[in-house]
Design a protein. Sequence first.
Length: 608
Amino acid sequence: MCGIVGYIGEEQAAPFLLNGLSKLEYRGYDSAGVAVYDNELHVVKSKGRLSVLDGILQGGKALPGTVGIGHTRWATHGAPSDVNSHPQVSDGGKFAVVHNGIIENYLELKNHLIRRGVEFVSDTDTEVVAQLLEYYYRNDVLDAVQKVIRRVEGSYALGIICADCPEKIFAVRKDSPLIVGAGQGENFIASDIPAILSKTRDIYRLQDKEIAVLERDNIAFFNEEREPIEKQLERVEWDVDAAEKGGFEHFMMKEICEQPEALRKTISPRIKENKVVLDDISLTAEQLRDVSRVFIVACGTSYHVGVVAKYAFEKLLKIPLEVDVASEFRYRDPILDEHTLVIIISQSGETADTLAALRMAKKSGARVLSIVNVVGSTIANESDDVLYTWAGPEIAVASTKAYSTQLAVIYLIVLYMAQELGVLSDKERKEYLDDLQRLPDLAESCLADKEKIQYFASRYFNAGDMYFIGRNVDYAASLEASLKLKEISYIHSEAYTGGELKHGPISLIEDGTLVIAICTYDRLFDKMMSNVKEVKARGAVVLGITTHDREEAFRQEGDFRFCIPKITDFMLPSLSILPLQLFAYYCASMKGCDIDKPRNLAKSVTVE
Ligand code: AGP
C-alpha cells in the first residue's frame, strides 16, 4: 500500500515528512515525494528509494516550510516514474494531493476533464483527484473536497494542501486507512501509526467520508454533508515494531487478515453492470476465439493458483489448459504457436524461472497474459497484457493474499473469456458474478473463527509428518496448504489426491498420523469420505475442511472439522485455504519459527 504523511506546525515539515515516510517503508513502495508550502507550493518527488529523495532534499534542509505532505507510492495505475510519483499537482498548481487506494472511475473523470481543457501529465488515477479539486474550487477548499468525494468511486485516503489556503491540511478517506495525529501546536496525518509515533500517541481514526481540517492549533472534523462532527481521541500504546504490523505479531498474520479487503480491491473495479470489465487488457474476443490452447506457467504458490485455474477453464470454456512449473516448462519443448495463450502468474514479477518461461513463450509467437502484484515489474513489462492483483505489498515470504487475489483474477479472466465467447447465459453469468462478489465477505467469515484452528494446531504442531488429501479443486487447495505448512513450520507435509492413496501413499499412515482432508467439492464428497475411512482404519487423526451442509456427515467419520460456506466449485479453494493458512501460521508460531522470514527462503527467487 502507499504511505501518506502530513505535518502542520511550527517546525520544518520536510525533515518530519522524510522520517515519517521512513517508518512506512515496510509497506513496500517504488517512489516517494513531498509537497511543502513556503510562499508557494514546492513539490519534490522521485522514482526509487526514499534515500534518493532524502539526498535531493538534504535530509529536508533544502525544502523550508512548516506545512507539508509526503508519500511513498506502491504503483497501481501508471508504472513507477518521477512523473507518476506523488504528490500529484493540479493543472493550475493550486492543489497538491497524496493518495492511497484506487480511483475506479478515473478514466471516465479524466476524459471528462480533458474535454474541458485540463492537461494531464501522469498515468495515475490520483492526478484526477488533484485536477478535480481545482476544477471545483471556488475559493472554498472544503466545498471542493465535498464535490470531489461525491464524484470519485473506489478507495482513497487523501492528503491535500492548497496554495490559497496554506494554513491548513485537508484529509479524507474511504476504504483506505487514514489517521490524524494530535500534537501541541502541531498536527499530523498518516496512513499508519508508525509514521507519527515519534511526535504523538494521540490519534483520531477517520471513518469513511469523514473530512479532517488540520491547523496548527486546531483539528476540525466534518461529515460529507459538511456538518461538524465530534470524534473520539485514541491513545496508542503500541511500540513501533508492533505498529508496523498494524498490531499483528507478524506480517503473515496481517496479510492473512487483509485478504477480504485485498479481494474487494481486486474484484470490485472489474465488475460493472453485471459484466466483467478488464480495461487493462487488449485481448479481443476475436483473439480469444483464435486461442486453441492455454498454458499457465508459474512457481510455488503461484503455480498452485494455476492448478485451480485448470478446473475453472476446462469446466467453463472447454479450452484445453496445461499447467506447468516454470522451471520445467522452460526446459521441455512445449508446443507453442501464435494460437497459444500463455498465462504467467507471479506475485513479485521477478521470478527467474517464470521470466525465462515468459521469454520462451514470446519467442515462439504465443500471446502472454500475466497476473502480477508488483506494478512495473519485469514480468509485467514484458507481457503482452498484464492484470494486476492490487493486493498491496506482500512482505511475508509465505504468500497468502497474493494467492487469494491471483485466484480472483483467474476467476475474472475465465468469466471474461466466457462472456466474450458467449458460452454463458446471462443467468449463469450472473450466478457466477454474484458468487465472486460475495467472496470477500465469505472470506471474512472464514477468518472469524481463528481460535478453533489455533486449538487444533496446539494439539498437533509437534507432529513429524502431515498429509493433505483432496480431489478436484480440493486437491489443488491441498497443494497450497501443504506448501504453507512446510515452508514456515518446517513440518514435513505432502499433498495427495484422495484417489491416489491406495496406489502407495497409504502405507505412510500409522497410529496418530495427522491427515487433513479437504472435502468441499460436493460431487466427490462421498469418495472423500471413503478415503477418510481408509486412513482412519489405519490409525490416522483426521481434520476435515468441508462445507456447512456436510458438517454432520463429516462428523460421523472425522475427528475435527472446520466448515466453510458453499460457493461456485472452482472458487472453493479461495475459502478452504484460509483455515489452512492459519493452521500453518499457528503451528509455526508454536514451534517458535521465524514466520515472516523462514529459513532458506527468499520473497522473490530471482536466481535459477
Ligand atoms: C509461496 O509461499 C513461496 N514464497 C513461493 O513458493 C512463491 O510463491 C514462488 O517463489 C513464486 O513467487 P512469485 O509468485 O513472486 O513468482
